[in-house]
Design a protein around this ligand. Structure first.
Ligand code: FE2
Ligand code: FE2
Length: 155
């Protein structure tokens, strides 16, 4: 496969993924504004964008074994709180964009938590241990996925 096509697949995956999220948010808005049919349309097309995103990623052979995926996720989360967000926060402060600063800072703190979960789970799997059952409750402000108290030690 030509390199340019791999780049294009990755770019198309990014675009489809963003469209998926954007349409789901648009659907929430349409519902609030009293347009349930528009919400259904946005949700249907969002689902279609997910199909496109999956197809592109599959062509790139970018969905590996769970072990591979946990490693990729660990690396990705680490890059976010050590590379991307610290720089974005610094720039937001320089530009006195408080809302962006807060949004980046909230995400940055939680990427460390995501990283910890993925790293610990990868370690379990490498050690032949089945990760303990847990239900996750995701904070709708910061995105922190906390395991339920009833299932301690999970993930
Ligand atoms: Fe699409
Ligand atoms: Fe994350």
């Amino acid at each position: 496969m030509k390199y340019k096509t791999e780049e294009n697949l990755l770019e198309a995956f990014g675009g489809e993924s963003k469209a998926n999220r954007r349409y789901l948010f648009y659907a929430e808005k349409a519902e609030k504004e009293g347009f349930p049919q528009v919400a259904r349309l946005f949700r249907a097309v969002a689902e279609a964008e997910t199909v496109h995103a999956r197809n592109h990623l599959n062509v790139l052979d970018a969905i590996g074994s769970t072990r591979d995926n946990l490693l990729a996720a660990t690396i990705g989360e680490h890059q976010e709180f050590t590379g991307m967000y610290p720089v974005f926060i610094e720039v937001a402060k320089e530009e006195r964009n408080d809302r962006a600063d807060r949004s980046f800072a909230l995400a940055n703190a939680v990427e460390k938590v995501h990283h910890g979960y993925f790293e610990a789970t990868l370690k379990d799997i490498k050690g032949g241990k089945t990760p303990a059952d847990a239900t996750y409750y995701v904070c709708q402000v910061c995105g922190n996925p906390a395991p339920s108290a009833a299932d301690p030690g999970g993930g």
